[in-house]
Design a protein around this ligand. Structure first.
Ligand code: APR
Ligand code: ZN
Ligand code: ZN
Length: 360
């Protein structure tokens, strides 16, 4: 029997989100219905609301979620009812050129649930990032569910997006290793996860750069050994100064603006790696001297979803959390209800929270 549950939608461009009744079909072949426990509020949800992603309104928002599998459709072997899972954006095909190269985060044939969740009048909803988890139950492709050890859902659910993106940018894409110097530009949820990842990977110098002293203070708790307020001090000079005049082995850019891309580029050591995880808008441009690109060598990389393998990385990070070695609780600024998402967007904008997490 299809269930009718409460969920949060964005009905039209820029309009405040609404809590409405949503009809969730029984899982079909390859699908699963998940009872959502928690879902973090991410910038991407706000981008959907503002029309910055596409125009397929109405959107069912939310995508940083953990919960329990409630029911599975025909042929599902990945998960079973009762499993505690973290959701990821899309199930990968396992067979395309990217999957065959062991880089499934670039998979060409990703899929989500085939059936649609709807409003009670039958209007089809577009789930944010193929998930839609500001809702009591959601329908996903079974391959979007990664079984993990049981832990506080509010904390580990954040691995579904921002925290994984940041951690993976440093560790998977950047390949930070023991003894490295690392600079992280932008210390929101993504940047702090990169800092925490760099610390776990054994970096000895971790320079946090932000324009807010409060964010820099927080960054120290995640493992920053030095902080630079780039509204006051030239961050490139400062990073070079803290790394023997050289620049950092790995620079992670977690803002997504032209000036911070440029800073990241100049702050790397010879043969250093620049990892871009901050998402720019389509109209932004940077101009870089070719001799600088050539002369310093190294690599300029972008990081997609932290270049993560959910089945490898989610359980590993949950285990580190359970052992007290990765403080996911520190990313949870507040726990809120389904009706508080507009207020959470405002706090996100004001920069007063790392993550607001909806509890269902
Ligand atoms: N220089 C340095 N830091 C800056 C600058 C700047 N010019 N502008 C903003 N910041 C800081 C903010 O003070 C904040 O601490 O960058 C941080 C951004 O954090 P959040 O807004 O919390 O964003 P977050 O969720 O961490 O995502 C960062 O990564 O995945 C992408 O889409 C995401 O582009 C976004 C970025
Ligand atoms: Zn997100
Ligand atoms: Zn594939």
């Amino acid at each position: 029997m299809p269930q009718t549950v409460k969920g949060v939608i964005s009905r039209s461009k820029g309009a405040p989100v609404e809590v409405v009744d949503v009809v969730v079909p029984d899982p079909g072949p390859g699908e699963a219905v998940v009872k959502i426990e928690t879902c973090g509020v991410c910038h991407t949800d706000l981008h959907y609301r503002e029309g910055g992603i596409n125009d397929d309104y109405p959107f069912l928002l939310g995508h940083e979620a953990a919960g329990y599998v409630e029911a599975v459709g025909e042929g599902v072997t990945e998960v079973a009812p009762g499993d505690f899972v973290i959701l990821n954006w899309r199930a990968v095909c396992g067979q395309c050129r990217a999957c065959a190269k062991g880089k499934p985060w670039y998979c060409f044939n990703t899929h989500n649930a085939k059936q649609k969740m709807t409003l009670t009048d039958g209007t089809e909803l577009t789930p944010a990032l193929g998930i839609g988890a500001f809702i009591e139950r959601t329908l996903v492709a079974a391959g979007q569910c990664t079984k993990v050890p049981e832990a506080d859902a509010a904390a580990v659910g954040l691995l579904g997006c921002g925290v994984m993106a940041g951690f993976g940018a440093a560790v998977n894409t950047g390949g930070v290793t023991r003894g490295d110097s690392v600079a992280v530009i932008g210390c929101g949820g993504v940047g702090n996860a990169a800092i925490a990842g760099a610390r776990l990977a054994g970096a000895t110098t971790i320079v946090a750069v932000d324009i807010s002293d409060a964010k820099l203070e927080q960054a120290r708790k995640f493992g920053a050994t030095h902080t630079v307020n780039s509204a006051e001090t030239d961050p490139v000079e400062a990073i070079r100064g803290l790394t023997g005049g050289n620049g950092a082995d790995v620079v992670v850019e977690a803002v997504g603006r032209p000036e911070t891309y440029e800073q990241a580029f100049y702050a790397r050591d010879l043969a250093g790696t620049v990892v871009l995880v901050g998402v720019p808008t389509p109209d932004q441009q940077v101009t870089l001297p070719m001799i600088e690109i050539f002369g310093r060598g190294g690599a300029l990389k972008s990081s997609w979803y932290g270049d993560c393998l959910p089945s490898r990385d989610f359980p590993m990070l949950v285990e580190l959390y359970r052992q007290g070695r990765f403080d996911l609780d520190a990313f949870v600024s507040e726990r809120i209800g389904l009706g508080d998402i507009e207020a959470a967007f405002e706090k996100m904008h004001a920069g007063t929270v790392l993550r607001s997490v909806v509890e269902l």
